[in-house]
Design a protein around this ligand. Sequence first.
Ligand code: PRX
Length: 653
Amino acid sequence: MTTASAEPIDSLQGGGRVFPPSESFRRDAVAGPELAETASRDRLAFWAEQARALQWQRPFSEVLDWTDAPHARWFADGRLNVAVNCVDRHVLAGDGERVALHWEGEPGDTRTITYSELLGEVSRAANLLADLGVQPGDRVAVYLPMIPEAVIAMLAIARIGAVHSVVFGGFSAESLRARIDDAGAVLVITADGGWRKGSVAPLKPAVDAALALPGEQTVRNVLVVRRGENAVDWSEGRDLWWHEEIAAMDTTHEARAFEAEHPLFILYTSGTTGKPKGILHTSGGYLTQAAFTHRSVFDLKPEQDVYWCTADVGWITGHSYVVYGPLANGATQVLYEGTPDSPDPGRWWSIVERYGVTILYTAPTAIRSFMKAGRAIPDAHDLTSLRLLGSVGEPINPEAWLWYREVIGGGRTPIVDTWWQTETGAIMVSPLPGVTAAKPGAAQTPIPGIGIAVLDESGEPVPAGGGGLLVVTEPWPAMARTIWNDPERFRETYWSTFPGRYFAGDGARLDGDGDLWLLGRVDDVMNVSGHRLSTAEIESALVAHPAVAEAAVVGAADEATGQAIVAFVILRTGAELTDADASPTLRAHVAERIGPIARPARVHVVAELPKTRSGKIMRRLLRDLAEGREVGDTTTLADTGVMRTIQTGMHAD
Ligand code: PRX
């Protein structure tokens, strides 16, 4: 483990600019400073109050049970139905005619779905799942594009008490199968294909390929939504068209309540080993924090706002801030299927203009690519409806922050830089608009009810101005409950570095005001365009290629993508691959094995890799090379001449 690089704090402070909290944002019970006071006086009472904003079929009496730490139980004797909270509740409250989803397909087709309509759709899908024999607790894999059925499927699965495992459509057949097997999914919900970059990207063929791989089979059925209208193979008896099945279903479904700790979903994320971790989230605590943070961090006014989070439902941001948070709050939101530059680079801004989007939540990588394309593109659109902007997924550099506010936000809008993770389930650190004076580039303050500290490696809090490791000091409602099938790994990964405290894997710095600045991962996890990828997983994919003897992967700083994947490989003697062919072949190989998001930016063929005497690859030195820096301290290398050998013989595209 290495600590994050020690840059002087001043260079990180966005030129020292501070934006005072905007008066037009509410400072009332949802996000006011008194909320933080209440939370610090009695954290558990504060979370209980937030939980009571949900509809419980049976109220809870106990807030937190931490006796089996680090496996928390929140609101454990309460019972609720997550989907009822996200849909029925609003219809019963008289808001059925409010638009839940303004959906836009990439080719320009649209659908508007009100909360009443969503209730009908979710009910039909719930009836269908029950008809297919899906039982409470069963796992269902979802491999869909960003179409309304993705949201409907997730809610229907939750409604019947089954557990969804959404797999991002950019993952390969092999990655999908690994996730299906680990979760033991009984059903896969997919589509023929979805629109991306102006054409149909097939999905069903990947499901077929995944299920054709050898090994024990848990999947009984594949439900296929028709979207791309691309030709697909059909396995009679196993495959079913969603639209045909759904048509026969009743639009009412009586939902039963489940315990607050009933599993809601598993979401796989990359860790420091080759095997992705199935992060398990449960119902009551997760929904409480997703809903609370969504309304307080985004200052949500459900009657007026049009909210748009650009994340895919395949990631945690899509779970918490496309599906559960916004729908629990009765928000009206935009859902967009395609890429930001299809058919032209102004697509997002025309969507903002068309629907009058008021709150936009996206990733720094997108902001940086818009910056690169130039302000003329957003300037050609009326973006005055925007009143709040959010950022998530990676540290936002002050330049991007200032550009976002100035060009997209017209110099008016607050920006909330939200730090959190798949494992935290919901936002943990973020300024609150109307409350926090914003510093460009800083996530700043833990939200009310959350305890954060920055520690040095011995577990001591760093003084103001110091850098160290980010930890969460107290259990929180949306925290992961465990790693599916691997509680020991859960304990070991997150709770053993600083016993009793959650180690996030991020470096952070506290400035003189006590504000937090996130500095990136301190482990072997990379962040590429806001996507979390493991160096070990890509290394295993590389060594699975017959021509590769050894591989080391690092994340190198990259202006556009935050980090870029750079691989160093040693080819086998006699490998049927020339140095010149190696890079394109191996990049394609990784994309096929894991998915296009894991395709290395560069593959260097080298004669040796830098290793310590105990055989551990020194990635730090490779990162120096990949970033074109002077190579750092090599004294712990078994062979100190190795870096010279590598440097002189480095080949790439
Ligand atoms: O390194 C942090 C970075 O993203 C990691 C979590 O990735 P994932 O589980 O995929 O969730 C991403 C969306 C919540 C963190 O460990 N990260 C996330 N948000 C920020 C961030 N780094 C800096 N600033 C952020 N706002």
